[in-house]
Design a protein. Structure first.
Length: 225
């Protein structure tokens, strides 16, 4: 059984990380066009760096939840037949123990040097313009895919979707592409696990609504039998 799981901010909500579009979400407090585009970064790098420095620092204060751990249990059984594709830039899947996680929107814990192209694991702030560990240039940006940039590794994702027996979408509003199209690219059965019906809910063969910490462990138990 080959399974592709897509996760969005909703899987991290019960760990205490804000989603984007729920009330009080990140896009309530910030205009994405001011903090999540290459133009915004060119225009006001300090503002953009501060936005991501705050989100990177918040990772220290949160922990994976039962939904993340349920996906680890699934991976222990399915091994390389499970691929977790996440839109999230947090590290909760990895900290729960997932080993095969693909971040299509980048990662908070990675810094990308725009001089040498090097990517470096990064825990602290970037706002004070630290030197690149590889080339010393003070041109490290958040390794985040901003609006207008190309998500990472889409060829790998497309192939996994074309070959899967089951595609499960967890905790995403289904309004940002290309992830919102995955349900159409998936070969096999499709299932949405979300707090409420997403924008693409009617495209799924099956939908279950409720908190991820309840739905995901129950679904994994059902699947593993
Ligand atoms: N359990 C399950 N689902 C939840 C929970 C929860 N506890 N809390 C919220 N949700 C659902 C919401 O109902 C919503 O459908 O999670 C979804 C979160 O939607 P968004 O805030 O839009 O986050 P996401 O879908 O991940 O956004 C996609 O948009 O801004 C860009 O790059 C950013 O990766 C992000 C992308």
């Amino acid at each position: 059984m080959r399974v592709v799981v897509l996760t969005g901010a909703g899987i991290s909500a019960e760990s205490g990380l804000s989603t984007f579009r729920d009330s009080g979400g990140l896009w309530d407090g910030h205009d994405p066009m001011q903090v999540a585009t290459p133009e915004a970064y060119a225009d006001d790098p300090a503002l953009v760096q501060r936005f991501y420095d705050e989100r990177r620092a918040a990772l220290e204060r949160v922990r994976p939840n039962a939904a993340h751990h349920a996906l680890v249990r699934l991976e222990e059984t399915l091994r390389d037949d499970l691929l977790v594709v996440t839109q999230n830039v947090d590290d909760l899947h990895e900290r729960a123990g997932s080993r095969r996680v693909h971040h299509i929107h980048g990662r908070l814990r990675s810094a990308w040097c725009t001089t040498c192209g090097g990517r470096h694991e990064w825990d602290g702030p970037l706002g004070h313009e630290p030197p690149c560990p590889a080339c010393d240039a003070t041109t490290l940006r958040p390794d985040i895919v901003w609006f207008g940039e190309i998500p990472y590794g889409m060829d790998l994702v497309e192939q996994a979707l074309a070959e899967c027996d089951l595609f499960v979408s967890i905790g995403t509003s289904g309004v940002v592409y290309p992830a919102a199209a995955f349900v159409h690219w998936a070969r096999g059965e499709t299932l949405e696990l979300n707090l409420e019906p997403s924008a693409g809910a009617t495209d799924f063969a099956r939908t279950l609504h409720g908190p991820a910490t309840r739905l995901v462990p129950a679904w994994v138990e059902e699947l593993l039998g």
